[in-house]
Design a protein. Sequence first.
Length: 280
Amino acid sequence: MNHSHGVRNLRKGLAALGFLAAAGCATHQPSAPVAAEPVQKVSSSDLQGLNLQLIEKMEAEQKWYAAISYLDRYLKDYPPSASTDLLRARALAATERPEQAGRYFHRVLRTPLAAQGYQGLGLIAARNGDIAKAIQRFQQAVQEDPTDAGILNNLGYAALQGKAWGVARDALFRAGELAPQDERVWSNIALYYLLRGDTLKAQQIMGAHNFSWNVSQRIRQEADQMMGVSASTSDHPAAAAAAAAPSGAAIMPAFPNPPLTQLFSSSGNAGPATKPRSVP
């Protein structure tokens, strides 16, 4: 190795060390600050929808007075709509103000929520004992929404009360196929058979849906009441409880005709886990 060649190699080595040193210093330098991601703001329309969902949840939980309070608060920030009219109508009906509720139900009849409006008017008519008007309103609701099993069930029950057997059969059997797990629908189908004198088919329905003894007895009691049969308190526990109640005490309507507050909510729709057999 001559002297000039050694000098060149030394220079190359020092240059390499200088590069590595510079790189090493670069790795220890503090990194530039990363800008924090901006917090996404909830849009006005999203907030409006969340408020409506909160009110709907309150009604589903039968917190009717709270729902009215939140509706009043909602309308301070947002304009009224068919949805708010329907929510208020249901809450008013459930808190024993049917006349006011009726006005709000009428307001939604020319909107996409017309089926729910007619159903609400039908329920009010039924509670007032006007079965013919209730049937008419429920039929109008079915015309607006032919696949709503709840509306069909209400029509079927009102038709049973009015002894419109053909209307009842069609409505209840349609509801049964649309909502095969809805215990209320199938209890009304069993009630239909009892009222028509076909006890065997009624028992088959109750057995297929695993109805408890208490529910089965209540369905039979309902049939007796509709047929004007004096129920023996020993045979019907619900009748015994009614007889034992103090004079003037409020008696809850017997299943399968739950009180208005339940019909306006999502409660009471759960049925048996097993798939029921078809109607004979």
